[in-house]
Design a binder for this molecule. Structure first.
Ligand SMILES: NC(=O)C1=CN([C@@H]2O[C@H](COP(=O)(O)OP(=O)(O)OC[C@H]3O[C@@H](n4cnc5c(N)ncnc54)[C@H](O)[C@@H]3O)[C@@H](O)[C@H]2O)C=CC1
Ligand SMILES: [Mg+2]
Ligand SMILES: [Mg+2]
Ligand SMILES: [Mg+2]
Ligand SMILES: [Zn+2]
Length: 440
C-alpha cells in the first residue's frame, strides 16, 4: 500500500465513523488527518455524513474541531441542507446556531472553490489599487507584455484560425488579443473606452479591453489579418478563463456605452479609474459630492431557480414566449429593490407560474454579461403545485419528472424537448437537482 492508499483508507474510515456515530474511532482519525473537511468522490465530508444520519454528538465534535459547515458537496448541498432534507432536527439546530468562540478562531480562508460556473473564475488579479495610477496604466497599456482584447458593438473581436478545419465551427475561433502597436487604426485621433481588466497569474501580463466600435467593420482586418466580428455569443465558445475575462469586459463596455451622460444632471461624463468609474463634467453636479452608485459600473442581481415539487419528485420548468420551440428552462427574474434573494425567488415563481415557494437554498451564481446580470442560482422548494401562468412572460410551465428531466438534459426526450446548454447556470441547477435526488 503506498502513501496515497493509506491516506484514502484513513479518509474512508473517518467518513464511516462519522456516518456510524462512532466517536472513539472518530477521535483517533481526527488526530492523524490534516484536513477534517476532506471530501469523498461525491464531495461529501464527515460533517455531512454525521448530519445525514442525525448523529448530533458527532456533529458537535466536528464543529468543535473547526469543521467548516459552509462546504458544499458536488450537488450543491451543505451539511445543513442535508440535515434539513432528512429532518434531523437536532443536527439542524446545531448547524444553524452561531459558531461558538472556540470554533471561530479568526477568519477561515475558503480553500474549496465550490461550484465555478462558466463565466466565473477569471484567472486575472484585478489589482484595483492600480486603477488610479494613470502613469502605471499608460505604461502597462503600451508595454510589450500587454494583452488587449477588442470589442465591436459589444461583440468580442475573434481570430479565425486558418489551420483548424476539422473541429467544427466553434473550435476555429479564438479570442483575439493585440498589442497597443497593432491598434493604430483604433487609437489614431480617437480616445475609445479602455478598461484595465487585471494582471495574469504570473504578475507580468496586464490585460485591457478596448472599444473598437468606431472602426468600420471592413477596417477590422487592419488590426490583424484574421480578425473577425462574430456576435457576442462567440463568448460561449471560448475557453472558460477567456470567457470570464470577456464577460467582465463586456459588462463594463456596455455600461460605458449606456452611461455617456450623467444620470443625475444629464451632462457628459468621462471615464476614470481604468474604466471602473464615470465622472460628471459639470462641476456643480450633486454626483460629485459624496459617493454615488451612478458613477460606478452596475450589476443587476437576478434569481434563477430550480423549483422542486413538495414531494421532491418533480421540477418546474417554463417556456418564455421568445424561447426557441421545445426549449424549457428554469424560471428567472430580476431582484427588486428592498428584496432578499429568497423573497425575489418566491415572488418571481408566484408571479410567473402561480406556485408558492417555501424554503430557498442558494446553489451557485453566474455573472451574465448581457449586459450586467448576476444570476443567483437557487433550489426553491415549492409548497403548492397548481400552475397559473403569467402569459406576458411565459408561454408554458409544467412539472417534469426526474426521468423526463434526465431525458431533456441528455437530448433524449421523446418530444425532443431541450434546455439550456452546460455553460448556462440554468443547466447546472437542473443537473444538480437530478444528482441531488440520486445521491440521497
Ligand atoms: N444564465 C441563464 O441560465 C439564464 C439567464 N436568464 C437571464 O435572466 C434575466 C432575468 O430573467 P427575466 O425572466 O427576463 O426577468 P423578469 O422575470 O424579472 O422579467 C423581465 C422584465 O422585468 C423588467 N425588469 C426589471 N428589472 C430589470 C432590469 N434590471 N433589467 C431589465 N429588465 C428589468 C422588464 O420589464 C423585463 O421585461 C434575463 O436577463 C435573462 O437573460 C434567464 C434564464 C436563464
Ligand atoms: Mg422571468
Ligand atoms: Mg421581474
Ligand atoms: Mg418575472
Ligand atoms: Zn452630473
Amino acid at each position: 500500500m503506498d502513501k496515497h492508499d493509506i491516506y484514502e483508507t484513513y479518509v474512508e474510515k473517518f467518513h464511516e465513523a462519522a456516518a456510524g456515530g462512532d466517536t472513539d474511532l472518530l477521535d483517533s482519525a481526527v488526530k492523524v488527518l490534516p484536513n477534517l473537511n476532506v471530501k469523498n468522490d461525491k464531495g461529501w465530508t464527515a460533517l455531512m455524513f454525521a448530519a445525514r444520519n442525525g448523529h448530533a454528538n458527532v456533529v458537535k465534535l466536528l464543529l468543535d474541531r473547526g469543521c467548516d459547515c459552509e462546504v458544499i458537496n458536488s450537488t450543491g448541498q451543505t451539511a445543513l441542507g442535508i440535515a434539513q432534507f432528512w429532518n434531523q432536527h437536532k443536527v439542524v439546530e446545531l448547524l444553524e446556531a452561531p459558531p461558538s468562540s472556540s470554533s471561530s478562531s479568526g477568519p477561515v480562508l475558503q480553500t474549496e472553490p465550490g461550484v465555478t460556473n462558466f463565466l466565473c473564475g477569471s484567472p486575472l488579479d484585478r489589482r484595483a489599487e492600480k486603477r488610479k495610477d494613470k502613469k502605471w496604466l499608460d505604461e502597462a497599456l503600451k508595454g510589450s507584455s500587454v494583452e488587449i482584447i477588442s470589442f465591436h458593438n459589444l461583440s468580442p473581436v475573434v481570430k479565425k484560425l486558418p489551420d483548424l478545419t476539422t473541429k467544427g465551427l466553434d473550435a476555429e475561433y479564438r479570442l483575439m488579443t493585440s498589442k497597443y502597436a497593432d491598434l493604430s487604426v483604433v487609437f489614431h485621433n480617437q480616445t475609445p473606452a479602455v478598461i484595465f481588466l487585471g494582471v495574469d497569474p504570473s504578475g507580468e501580463v496586464p490585460w485591457f479591453a478596448v472599444d473598437v466600435s468606431h472602426v468600420p467593420e471592413e477596417k477590422i482586418k487592419d488590426i490583424h489579418p484574421y480578425a473577425e466580428i462574430m456576435g457576442y455569443r462567440s463568448i460561449f465558445s471560448f475557453k472558460k478563463a477567456e470567457a470570464a475575462i470577456c464577460g467582465q469586459a463586456r459588462t463594463l463596455l456596455a455600461w460605458h456605452d449606456r452611461y455617456q451622460f450623467c444620470p443625475t444632471c444629464g451632462a457628459k461624463t468621462t471615464i476614470e479609474e481604468g474604466g471602473y468609474k464615470r465622472k460628471c463634467t459639470d462641476a456643480n453636479c450633486r454626483s460629485l459630492k459624496g459617493t454615488h452608485n451612478t458613477c460606478y459600473p452596475r450589476v443587476d442581481p437576478t434569481v434563477i431557480m430550480a423549483v422542486v415539487s413538495p414531494d421532491g419528485k418533480q421540477l418546474l420548468l417554463g417556456r418564455g414566449s421568445k424561447f426557441p420551440p421545445l426549449f424549457f428552462s428554469c424560471l428567472a427574474g430580476f431582484v427588486e429593490p428592498g428584496e432578499s434573494i429568497e423573497e425575489a425567488c418566491r415572488r418571481e415563481v408566484f408571479e410567473e407560474a402561480g406556485v408558492c415557494v417555501g424554503h430557498v437554498q442558494y446553489h451557485s451564481c453566474q455573472p451574465w454579461p448581457m449586459p450586467a446580470s448576476l444570476m443567483i442560482g437557487c433550489i426553491a422548494h415549492a409548497t403548492s403545485t397548481d400552475i397559473t401562468i403569467d402569459h406576458d412572460e411565459l408561454e408554458e410551465a409544467r412539472w417534469f419528472s426526474r426521468q423526463e428531466v434526465i431525458q431533456i438534459l441528455t437530448s433524449q426526450h421523446p418530444q425532443r424537448l431541450s434546455c439550456p446548454p452546460e455553460f448556462a447556470i440554468a443547466h447546472q441547477i437542473i443537473r444538480s437537482w437530478v444528482n441531488m435526488t440520486s445521491n440521497l
